[in-house]
Design a binder for this molecule. Structure first.
Ligand code: GAL
Ligand code: CA
Length: 372
């Protein structure tokens, strides 16, 4: 986000505080005032931080449509109890729509009860509640992406790479020795990505041998530690590192750098997300590839839905799956796409909407198509 935008976003947040203070517990009198409360699980998560920054930009853009918007942010530092209190605080401050990135996706009941009592709709995002919970009330929605798709795409990237670079099988035993760096236990994007990447490789006839896995909670430093352990247990046998996200893939690279491995002795690394640092690593050929988790598209869908829920206008234009779900597609990123994505961001630093059709792939969006 450019400096100007960052300042603008800051002003929106400050304005929000003033507005909220003045309206207290009362519902806004005017339905064109959108007071959004955003509660997210942890401020140290790279991907979530950028997704929330995109959401700020998106909601602010509605100011041009004669809608007054304000946004309050709360990060829960990984505690569901803190998040429950924060949601109460956001409702008390006068929010008329909530975007919630649950800490524990299996434990939304207290938040749902609070919202229902106050008739404040909730858009859950990124950490998908179980289906029964989303049916607890009819003003609950989810915006995210289909976890299996990212695992399959990461698997396809691996298959393509292994097919075109026989040298990845360093010990020439006809098998690819791999390790996995996993996100949090119980997160849909950890379990499902891991299952699907492995299945996709097998289904494509790649012989694989798992040497180990480490849980690193999406975190670069934790991934570095896990990777250091796996390297020490397996000497130079690891040929492929599959990470559930870019930060952990980068942590794995950090581990090898720390041990002063030469480039030619490194395994292949694959991530998921397409964060700025992730894209730069793909461009620089440190990461062999990643899978783009469309934060711009998700933020846009959340803003559109939030505005529709508050103003009562535009709901009919939104396409849902199973009435309450909006899923944005993932797409694969190798060096060529990474270069394009980074260039595009440079020319429009505030936000670059990439839920688009990359010329090499058909990634369909429910918001229209853009070409690079
Ligand atoms: C995933 C993302 C991770 C992490 C996680 C948090 O979708 O790939 O990097 O941000 O969400 O819930
Ligand atoms: Ca091998």
């Amino acid at each position: 986000m450019g400096m100007k935008r960052m300042m603008a976003a800051g002003i929106v947040v400050c304005m929000g505080v003033q507005l909220f203070c003045s309206c207290g517990k009362e519902q806004p009198k005017e339905e064109r005032q959108v007071h959004m409360g955003v509660a997210y699980y942890d401020q140290s998560d790279t991907y979530i931080n950028t997704l929330v920054a995109c959401l700020k930009d998106e909601i602010q853009d509605y100011e041009e449509d004669n809608v007054e918007t304000a946004l309050l942010l709360r990060s829960a530092a990984g505690s569901q109890r803190i998040q429950n209190d924060q949601v109460k605080e956001l409702i008390d401050a006068g929010c008329n729509v909530l975007c919630v990135n649950l800490v524990d996706r299996a434990d939304p009941s207290e938040i749902i009860d609070l919202a229902r009592e106050n008739d404040v709709p909730i858009i859950f995002f990124n950490r998908e509640p179980v289906a029964e919970d989303l049916r607890q009330w009819d003003r609950l929605y989810y915006v995210g992406a289909v976890a299996a798709q990212s695992g399959i795409m990461q698997g396809e990237l691996a298959v393509e790479l292994i097919g075109s670079n026989p040298s990845i099988d360093r010990n020439k035993d006809g098998k690819i020795q791999y390790v996995v760096l996993e996100g949090e236990a119980g997160h849909q994007d950890a379990i499902i990505r891991t299952e699907n990447v492995v299945d996709t490789m097998k289904q494509n006839g790649i012989e694989i041998e798992k040497l180990g896995n480490g849980m690193a909670n999406w975190n670069r430093a934790q991934a570095q530690n896990q990777m250091l352990q796996m390297i020490s247990q397996n000497q130079n046998k690891i040929e492929l590192v599959l990470a559930n996200n870019d930060d952990m893939a980068l942590g794995a690279i950090d581990a090898y750098e720390k041990l002063n491995y030469t480039e030619s002795a490194l395994p292949v690394f694959l991530g998921i997300d397409g964060t700025d640092v992730g894209l730069e690593a793909v461009r620089d050929q440190k990461l062999a590839g990643t899978v783009y988790n469309d934060k711009e598209g998700q933020a846009e869908a959340m803003a559109e839905l939030a505005i529709a829920l508050v103003t009562g206008e535009g709901m009919e234009k939104i396409e849902f799956e199973n009435e309450r779900y909006i899923y944005l597609p993932y797409f694969k990123v190798t060096q060529r796409e990474a270069e394009k994505l980074l260039k595009r961001r440079q020319s429009s630093p505030a936000i670059f909407s990439v839920h688009c059709q990359l010329s090499s792939q058909k990634a369909e969006s429910n918001q229209g198509e853009y070409n690079f």
